[in-house]
Design a protein around this ligand. Structure first.
Ligand SMILES: O=C(O)C1=C[C@@H](OP(=O)(O)O)[C@@H](O)[C@H](O)C1
Ligand SMILES: C=C(OP(=O)(O)O)C(=O)O
Length: 447
């Protein structure tokens, strides 16, 4: 979808203690990959717990456009009849990835080594985001890309008819770039190697192995090195998508800042490439217990019991950034209720997400009476303590779901209500955000 319809103004206000069980939807990263790897496999992949957010639904549509049969059977229950590695058909229409960087970048990767041409676009946010980070490495396979100035969408990718395998060191910490290269490598003969200086979320590697590819991972002097043997036959799988830790972040943070709260968030991934926020919140004094640790859908998971806590600011280590990159907006909200300052360094990647998240959080926090400092790579929030956050402001969300949800959490414990100009993008990743939070006792309304 390249539009979100009319903006939805939303507000939240101080509420009583949150309690109950917060069952957050399926993981967005794994949902995209389940559909894509299902489409690249032979046979029928069955998926349960798929996130039915707009981002993932756009990827489902795209996989149909490339020739896979994608069917919904019930809530979260989907099947994909794949076309096999190298079996993609040329889409007849423009592929619209809506708001989703993950969708467009992974799909560009997996069509780049087929002898087909596809044109991609997205909404007003996605059309501003840089695609050169994917078109540079796919050019090494022999693909060509023609986009707008600055490597922006809309963009046409002409896949390589005779792809060569590639060794590529990612210039930025990005699982999307790593994944695009690995997916392109599937249809190149020989070994494709990706080296990343900092390990990013590893769902592509784990799932490629699960679908039968030969993938090895090693830590070398050059960095974290992933080697894929090209032209495997991927075999359809059954995928149970675990719950999304990036969505769990919202009820967890709400419970920490709303006095008297005590909630449980079951089945949250503890994958070490995704759990940086929970480690950070514990360091700030957050009362989070990890119960019933187990494995679900190939991911380590735990049930989180979270109680309201007195928090103090910390300096978040830079090397943790990749493992919590989508969680900095809501962390900066929690930091406002802590004592002392919270320093978030090494976060320049936030500037090229659905919005410039450093700027969007900084402006919205200031509008709610919170003091911040920022530079290109840093956000510092000066904590005002449990009862000191004024609120009363309106934050601009810039088509960014995480900015919208973060400010709705802020209002639950601020002195005055907090509003956002447009909450409609929340449907991209967490369509049940409002009923889920309100079911715990939150007060989030549409104006
Ligand atoms: O690979 C993925 O599924 C994702 C990777 C991250 O993006 P980058 O690769 O740009 O860091 C993250 O922000 C995004 O929400 C999902
Ligand atoms: C950055 C995000 O997603 P994407 O890059 O897929 O748009 C996100 O969900 O926070």
């Amino acid at each position: 979808m390249s539009g979100h319809g009319d903006p939805i103004r939303m507000s939240s206000q101080k509420c009583g203690p949150l309690s109950g069980v917060a069952e957050v939807p399926g993981d967005k990263s794994i949902s995209h990959r389940a559909l894509i790897l299902g489409a690249l496999s032979v046979g029928e992949t069955k998926i349960t717990g798929l996130l039915e957010g707009e981002d993932v639904l756009d990827t489902a549509k795209a996989m149909r456009a490339f020739g896979a049969t994608v069917t919904q059977h019930g809530p979260g229950e989907w099947s994909v009849q794949g076309v096999g590695v190298g079996g993609f058909a040329e889409p007849e229409q423009v592929i619209d990835c809506g708001n989703s960087g993950t969708g467009v970048r992974l799909i560009m990767g997996c069509m780049a080594t087929s002898d087909i041409t596809a044109t991609f676009t997205g909404d007003g946010s996605l059309r501003k985001r840089p695609m050169g980070r994917v078109t540079d490495p796919i050019a090494l396979f022999g693909a060509k890309a023609y986009g707008r100035q600055g490597g922006r969408l809309p963009m046409t990718v002409v896949g390589a008819a005779d792809p060569a395998p590639v060794t590529y060191t990612t210039p930025m910490a990005s699982a999307q770039v790593k994944s695009a290269v690995l997916l392109a490598g599937l249809n190149a003969p020989g070994q494709t190697v990706v080296i990343e200086k900092v390990a990013t979320r590893d769902h592509t590697e784990r799932m490629l192995r699960g679908f039968g590819a030969d993938v090895t991972v090693e830590d070398t002097n050059e960095g974290h090195k992933i080697t894929l043997q090209g032209r495997p036959e991927l075999v359809a799988q059954t995928v149970a998508v675990p719950r999304d830790p990036s969505s769990a972040a919202f009820p967890v943070c709400a419970a920490l800042i709303v006095p008297g709260s005590d909630i449980t968030v079951p089945g949250v991934s503890q994958n070490p490439t995704r759990n940086g926020l929970f480690i950070t919140l514990k360091e700030m004094g957050g009362d989070i217990e990890f119960l019933n640790e187990r494995e679900e859908g190939g991911e380590p998971v735990a049930d989180l019991r979270v109680r309201h806590s007195a928090l103090h600011g910390i300096e978040v280590p830079e090397d943790r950034a990749a493992s919590m990159i989508d969680e900095y907006p809501v962390l900066s909200v929690v930091a406002a209720f802590a004592t002392g300052k919270t320093v978030m360094k090494g976060v320049h990647e936030l500037r090229v997400k659905e919005s410039d998240r450093i700027d969007a959080m900084a402006r919205g926090l200031e509008a709610n009476g919170i003091t911040i400092e920022e530079d290109e790579d840093t956000l510092i929030v000066h904590g005002m303590g449990q009862d000191g956050v004024p609120g009363g402001g309106v934050a601009a969300t810039h088509l960014d779901h995480r900015i919208a949800m973060s400010f709705m959490i802020l209002g639950l414990a601020a002195q005055k209500p907090v509003s956002v100009d447009d909450g409609s993008p929340i449907a991209t990743s967490f369509p049940i955000f409002e009923p889920l939070l309100n079911g715990l006792g939150a007060k989030i309304t549409r104006d």
